[in-house]
Design a protein around this ligand. Structure first.
Ligand code: 3HC
Length: 696
């Protein structure tokens, strides 16, 4: 018998206990163990009922993602689940923690289901580019109304135990440990207090028109993702006898397993977890209280994120009035979280009690952590850090939220550079998941470990970055952003560029993003760098012209686009005029660009700079760069991040693209040495990650 499954017998009950930490993923050992256990208990004359439950924090998180892309190992999950459903003796299952994907499909194949009230249930396969491939699309619509089944398989949404009970997905809720509930459930089956039946004996009420409507809606979305469409189509087979429905489901599942989107989405799932593995092994410091300096958008967002992670926060501004009004914005942010169902009213009130406005830096003396979030000026920042050095207690961590300034220089303003670290949040800081943890030359290993632990408490994805102008994300952004400016100069319209990239999968194109971020911010940055701009570098002054005319983007109602009251944007004729004027001034004969060329140049620029960031050791692994873009820059999740996408194109193709663009602009388009080397040796970025994150 596999070690992942254990049998315990109590009277006429045969308990089958799953034990594959951390989340009882249904790997080969667990699958083989399950089938053996059910067979053994069926053959045992003492046993009248079989009761399954899971050890540890969850019943099961579904199929073992680490097996994706490997040669299939028998028995496969559908075979195991069909055998359980066919069991002559009744099989009841207890759900706790989560029952997701194949874990929920296991439940559907059992003859009765009892859930602990805190259980979360769902079929999230679609978020991994898959559909439920072990009966989920056939058995779920036999138990719950079609609308609910369709929603579950096409969105991957998780359901609470109460919702599941109301829908008919579970038979009852029960309190207790999984072991106690499993024993009671078995007793109830024996006494007929809990009814059992085979799901496949039930009839699904399949309205094909409803499914066709869902397929049509999903096909209209951009980008078009095949997993939700195929998941909806698989449900249409629930009208057939179970054997043929299961066969149709399996064949759609296997098609998706081979798709590049599945690889990208699984990589994105793995990336979120892989970035936690950092070289620093220090023990995290205890952080209970924090100070935030600066009550602007960033400071307020950071204070909100820290409060919701359970810390007490002192918010420092230059006047008490400003500090208090910043605290009011924090309260508004928390109200928003209550409205979105992310926070209870009671917790919101409790959090706000822990927020204190202050003017004097002395109020930060006892804080375990201080995060500076004032405007980007080195002189101001070094003055703040030397002040913090004098005031803060020994062992306090001193963080800066700078988005591009030199953290080594900031650390040098203190006598304790080992306590100084960059904590680069993304706006709005209480919503965006990415946190770049910028490790300076002297940052202590325990300080880095503390930053990662804190990110976990804030439910953020922390990525380790070295020091350079812009760190991982903004440095790469600054480069590929220029490729969009050059295409605009050379003849592509900005709305065509935005639309091409939005169709490709970005939430917003670069010019729409620039308008949202505020054209004045990038303008100030360009002015800062003007003196050091290399003479060979092309420069587009289009955005400068807009700024000079007072068009800063959304905040002023116009930028590249004009904005009304809603979300809609329309092309700003003044921006078009600025484009024409700049082309004329530069003597450029505009040419047309296909959408494909736009995407190709933009991605080649992004990947080139990403490779340089990797070569220089600013990012440690390709997956770190992928995570930065997935969680901070709206990179299309199904493409898995810039370097995962680079593997789709292939290093050799990228080199030849860059070389062909370099004929027009050899300064901007340079092939990074690492990429050239990879092209020559046939290496992939996936091979540079320390672990396989995507099952490819
Ligand atoms: N397979 C393999 N490993 C898994 C796993 C899975 N299905 N689910 C989670 N893990 C691993 C994680 O990678 C992580 O490993 P690490 O410690 O080495 O980094 C560890 O378990 C703990 O996971 P988290 O860090 O994510 O812990 P959380 O408590 O934050 O979340 C969870 C737990 C809600 C279960 C979350 O991990 C999750 O959503 N897992 C994926 C669920 C899923 O998508 N299941 C569907 C799989 S596809 C399928 O079932 C196909 C079927 O239809 C045939």
């Amino acid at each position: 018998m596999s070690t992942a499954v254990r049998i315990e017998k109590t009277g006429a009950t045969g308990l089958v206990i799953l034990n594959a930490p951390p989340v009882n993923a249904l790997g080969q050992g667990l699958r083989a163990g399950l089938i053996q256990a059910v067979e053994a208990l069926n053959a045992d004359p003492q046993v009248e009922v079989i009761s399954i439950y899971g050890e540890g924090r969850a019943l099961s998180a579904g199929a073992d993602i680490r097996e994706f892309g490997q040669a299939p190992q028998a028995p496969n999950l559908p075979v195991v689940l069909n055998a359980i459903e066919a069991s002559a003796k009744p099989v009841v299952i207890t759900l706790h923690g989560v029952a997701l994907g194949g874990g929920l499909e296991l439940c559907l194949a059992c003859h009765a289901r009892v859930a602990l009230p805190s259980t979360r249930l769902g079929l999230p396969e679609v978020t991994l580019g898959l559909l439920p491939g072990a009966g989920g699309t056939q058995r779920l619509p036999r138990l719950v109304p079609l609308e609910i089944a369709l929603e579950a398989v096409t969105t991957g949404r998780q359901f609470s135990a109460e919702e599941a009970l109301a829908a008919g997905l579970v038979d009852r809720l029960a309190d207790g440990t999984p072991h106690e509930v499993a024993l009671q459930a078995a007793a109830d089956v024996l006494s007929s207090a809990l009814e059992t039946r085979r799901t496949s004996d039930l009839k699904a009420d399949v309205d094909q028109a409803l499914i066709a409507g869902a397929v049509a809606r999903l096909s209209d979305r951009r980008p078009v993702l095949s997993a939700p469409i195929k998941a909806a189509k698989a449900i249409s087979h629930a009208a057939e006898p179970i054997e043929s429905g299961l066969k149709a489901e399996r064949s759609l599942f296997l098609e998706l397993m081979e798709s590049p989107d599945r690889q990208g989405l699984v990589h994105a799932f793995g990336a979120e977890r892989a970035v936690r593995k950092i070289p620093e092994t220090g023990t995290p410091r205890n952080i209970a209280s924090a100070g935030v300096i600066g009550g602007g958008t960033m400071g307020v967002g950071i204070a909100t994120a820290l409060l919701t992670a359970g810390l007490s926060v002192t918010l420092v501004e230059t006047t008490l009035e400003r500090a208090e009004s910043a605290c009011l914005v924090v309260a508004k942010n928390l109200d928003g979280a209550v409205k979105r169902g992310k926070l209870t009213q009671a917790l919101r009130d409790e959090n706000l009690q822990k927020l204190t406005p202050a003017v004097d830096y002395d109020a930060l003396a006892d804080c375990d952590l201080v995060i500076e979030a004032v405007f980007e000026d080195m002189a101001v920042k070094t003055e703040i850090f030397s002040k913090l050095d004098r005031i803060c207690k020994a062992g306090a961590i001193l963080g800066t939220n700078t988005s591009y300034l030199d953290v080594n220089q900031i650390a040098a303003a203190t006598t304790r550079p080992e306590d100084v670290i960059g904590l680069h949040f993304f706006s709005p800081a209480h919503v965006m998941r990415l946190l770049e943890v910028v490790v300076a030359d002297k940052t202590g290993s325990d300080v880095v470990a503390t930053a990662f632990a804190l990110a976990g408490r804030m439910k953020k994805v922390a990525v380790r970055s070295g020091v350079c102008d812009g760190f991982i994300g903004n440095r790469i952004l600054a480069h590929y952003r220029k490729s969009a400016d050059y295409m605009l100069l050379d003849g592509a319209d900005f709305d065509q560029i935005d639309k091409a990239l939005e169709d490709f999968g970005f939430a917003m194109g670069p010019f729409a993003v620039a308008d949202l971020a505020g054209l004045d911010i990038a303008w100030a940055n360009r002015k800062r760098k003007a003196a050091t701009r290399p003479p060979e570098e092309r420069y587009s002054a289009i955005a400068d012209r807009l700024c000079e005319a007072g068009s800063f983007g959304r905040k002023t109602g116009s930028g590249f686009y004009t904005y009304g009251s809603g979300k809609a944007r329309s092309v700003n004729p003044d921006a078009e005029a600025a484009v024409q004027a700049e082309r004329q001034a530069e003597g450029i004969e505009p040419r047309s660009f296909s959408d494909e060329e736009i995407v190709s140049r933009y991605m080649a620029a992004m990947i080139s700079e990403a490779v340089r960031v990797l070569e220089e050791g600013i990012a440690q692994r390709p997956v770190d760069i992928d995570a930065v873009f997935l969680f901070g820059y709206g990179f299309p999740r199904h493409l898995g991040g810039p370097l995962n996408y680079a593997d789709r194109i292939g290093a050799a193709n990228l080199v030849s693209r860059i070389e062909s663009y370099a004929k027009e602009d050899p300064y901007f388009w340079q092939v990074p040495a690492l990429l050239r080397n990879m092209a020559e040796t046939g290496q992939r970025f996936a091979g540079l990650n320390k672990e396989n994150t995507d099952g490819s």
